[in-house]
Each structure stands twice: as C-alpha cells, then as structure tokens.
Design a protein around this ligand. Structure first.
Ligand code: NAD
Ligand code: DAU
Length: 340
C-alpha cells in the first residue's frame, strides 16, 4: 500500500512517518513537505535510506506538482498533516493559513478524486470547537459539538474540515477526519509552549506565560496521536470524525512549574506577559467514540511523557540549537519583545 503523508517534516507528521514505517514494513511512505520554517529535513534523516520511504519537497497548494506526484506515486491513502499550525502566527498574519490550510487541502482532495485515492484522512484539531468554560469540568468536546472557532488558525482548520465533508458528499471521496488535542513529544518546534519552556529553562531565559497562565489544554503524547491516526486509516470506517485526547487537562502555569521542577530551575524564571488575543480558555476532549469504535486508548501517562520529552530535548541539542538562531530570533523578538 502507498501512503502519501503531507507535512511529514513537521512535528506530528515526522513522528507519524516513524510510527508507520515501524508498524507496517510492507507499506511505502511518500512524504511531501514544503519545508517551511516549521519543516526540518534533518528530522527525517533516519528514514531517508529506508527502502519504503521517499521524500519529495513540494507545496500542497501547487496543483501541477501535486498532480504529477499523484500520477507517478499512485497513493492508496493520503494523510494530510501539512498546515500552518501556530495560533500566534495566524493572529499576526492569517493569509498563509488560508492558502495552505484551506486551498492546499482542496488541491490534495482534487488530486485524490482524480486518481481514485481509497482514503483521504484530514488531520484536524480540537480548536475547531472553540473553547469550554473552565468552571464546567463536566463539559467536553464531542464530535457533535458545533464548530465555533476563535483564531484565524482554527477557522482555517474548520474551513478545511467542512470542505472534506463536502468532497465526501459531493464527489463520494472516501474521507475521515481526526480532531486531536494538544500534542507534545520529540521534534516539537520550539515556538509552542512545552518545547519553548524546556529550551528557555535549559538556557536560564525568561519563561513567558500568557495572561495568568490559567488557560487549560488537554495534552497527549504524540505517539498516542499517531496510533489513533494509524487505527483510523487502516479501519474500514469512512465518513466519520474522531476526537482524540487522553483526559489530561492542565493549566499552562502548572506545566511551566513542572518543567522548572524537572530541570531543577527556579520558578523566578516565569514571566507573566500580555495575553494572546482571543485566547481560548479550555480544551477538553471526549474520546469515547474512537475508544468504542476502534479500541484506541492512550498509552503514555503525562508524568512519564513529559520526562521522556525533557530528556529528548536535553539529548538532542543538535536538533534544536540550529533552529533557535537566525530567523527564529527575529520571530522571538517580534512576538515577545514588546509583550511585557
Ligand atoms: P508543524 O508546524 O510542526 O508542521 C507542519 C508541517 O507542514 C511542516 O513540516 C511544514 O513545512 C509543512 N507545510 C506547511 N505548509 C505546507 C505546504 N503549503 N505544503 C507542504 N507542506 C507544508 O505542525 P504540527 O504541530 O506537526 O501539526 C501537524 C498537523 O496536526 C496540523 O494540521 C495541525 O493543525 C494538526 N494538529 C496539531 C496539534 C498539535 O498539538 N501540534 C494538535 C492537533 C492537530
Ligand atoms: O489543541 C490543538 C492545538 O494545539 C493545535 O491545533 C495547534 O496546532 C497547536 O499549536 C496547539 O495550539 P495551542 O495554541 O494550544 O498551543 P501553544 O503551544 O501555542 O500554546 C499552548 C498554551 O500555552 C496556550 O494557552 C497559550 C500558552 N502559551 C503559549 C506560548 C507559545 C504561553 O503561555 N506562552 C507561550 O510562549
């Protein structure tokens, strides 16, 4: 079977390529990625010499190139991880979020229809549901929760989800969608909360917590997300949405304090900075549908996953040190310089 993975040089896409390559040795993975600031080819180095793995640098918005790739590689399954993924960047400039996340998804689906792809799986996010009140711990996002987005990022992801369901109904494209909560683990780009705090703490730099740090996220170890996607794409269920999450809600401030503790750094590094515009208060997934239909359940407890993640960042400075120079420093200055 030929599996085309888009965005495979990013955080979750690369972890998925590793997972899939290990689990299904007979399958071929064709990984395409534009290699934006968030894509890192060095991440995929361990796979480059694998006979069942091929990397192609390509933009999912480039229709001619995408059609050529489909014509040549004939994918059976397409898994679309490629996206602009950072909420703060979407608040600064929404435009590229609309082209990659919406137009790019439609270009891939047009090619999937043309070349008779057997499944198009869209990697979506719990952010499409908006947020939940922090004082209602009884409420969770289910697959029936209405889409109600807050940021240009989440709106672009919701737009893509609507298109996916429209292609299923209008063109009979066999589709599935997964909406996962916040992932953490190896190869996470250090603009996101957990890797940013680990790296800043390791370097004795301020830890910029937005607002009061009271916002709640529902964290899942990246391998558990990969396992969920693997189970969905190899099932015989089509046209369904699956929420993916491990009931692991935590306040941002508690995560940052935990990172300080694990790294033996003082909490005095924590700096409260100006809040994110439109900041979602709480995410919390009800994963009962994927548990019931596919038997998925998370395997890595947060206490274990965060230790593994911190260890990984300590042992893989050669991965992140080149990232946090040059362009990244310009970004950091722009986003955090006047946030105090
Ligand atoms: P990421 O930013 O680390 O990686 C995105 C990858 O997509 C990068 O390698 C980038 O080069 C590539 N890309 C961007 N634009 C492209 C284009 N036009 N053509 C081809 N490739 C392009 O993101 P991530 O955190 O790995 O997220 C992957 C997917 O999972 C996204 O769709 C995101 O919305 C979704 N998601 C992420 C999380 C999370 O916690 N990180 C949770 C739920 C869902
Ligand atoms: O829920 C799934 C989503 O999780 C994915 O769809 C997104 O692609 C992914 O980036 C992530 O979005 P968040 O906005 O939740 O993640 P982020 O790591 O940017 O922020 C997590 C929380 O930490 C959020 O409440 C904002 C806060 N934060 C973030 C940064 C970068 C800080 O307090 N300080 C920071 O410097």
């Amino acid at each position: 079977m030929n599996i085309l993975v888009t965005g495979g040089a990013g955080f979750i896409g690369s972890n998925f390529c590793f997972y899939e390559n290990e689990k299904h040795k007979d399958n071929r993975i064709i990984c395409i990625d534009k290699l934006t600031y968030a894509g890192n080819l060095s991440t995929l180095k361990p796979l480059m010499d694998e006979p069942g793995f091929k990397f192609i640098k390509a933009d999912i918005c480039d229709r001619d190139t995408i059609n050529e790739i489909f014509e040549k590689e004939r994918p059976d399954i397409v898994v679309n991880f490629a996206a602009e993924s950072h909420v703060d960047r979407s608040i600064e400039d929404p435009s590229v979020f609309l082209s990659t996340n919406i137009t790019g998804t439609s270009v891939l689906m047009d090619a999937s229809c043309k070349y008779g792809v057997k499944r198009f799986h869209q990697i979506s996010t719990d952010e499409v549901y908006g947020d939940l009140p922090p004082d209602r711990p009884d409420l969770f996002f289910t697959e029936e929760t209405p889409l109600h987005t807050s940021s240009p990022y989440s709106s672009s992801k919701a737009g893509a989800d609507l298109l996916v369901m429209a292609y299923a109904r209008t063109y009979d494209l066999p589709v599935s969608i997964s909406r996962c909560s916040n992932n953490y683990g190896p190869y996470h780009f250090p603009e996101k909360l957990i890797p940013l705090m680990i790296i800043n703490a390791m370097n004795d730099k301020p830890l910029p917590v937005y607002g009061k740090g009271e916002n709640i996220r529902d964290w899942l170890y990246v391998e558990d997300h990969c396992k969920a996607v693997d189970m969905i794409i190899h099932s015989n269920i089509y046209g369904e949405v699956y929420n993916v999450g491990g009931h692991n809600e935590m306040k941002n401030i508690d995560i940052v304090k935990l990172i300080c503790k694990e790294l033996d750094k003082p909490e005095s590094l924590i700096t409260f900075v100006k809040d994110r515009k439109g900041h979602d208060l709480r995410y919390a997934i009800d994963p009962s549908k994927i548990q019931k239909d596919l038997g998925w359940k998370p395997e890595t407890r947060f206490e274990e996953g965060i230790k593994k993640t911190i260890k990984w960042y300590k042992e893989n400075k050669s991965w992140w040190e080149p990232i946090i120079s040059g362009e990244y420093m310009d970004y950091y200055e722009k986003m955090y310089g006047n946030r105090r």
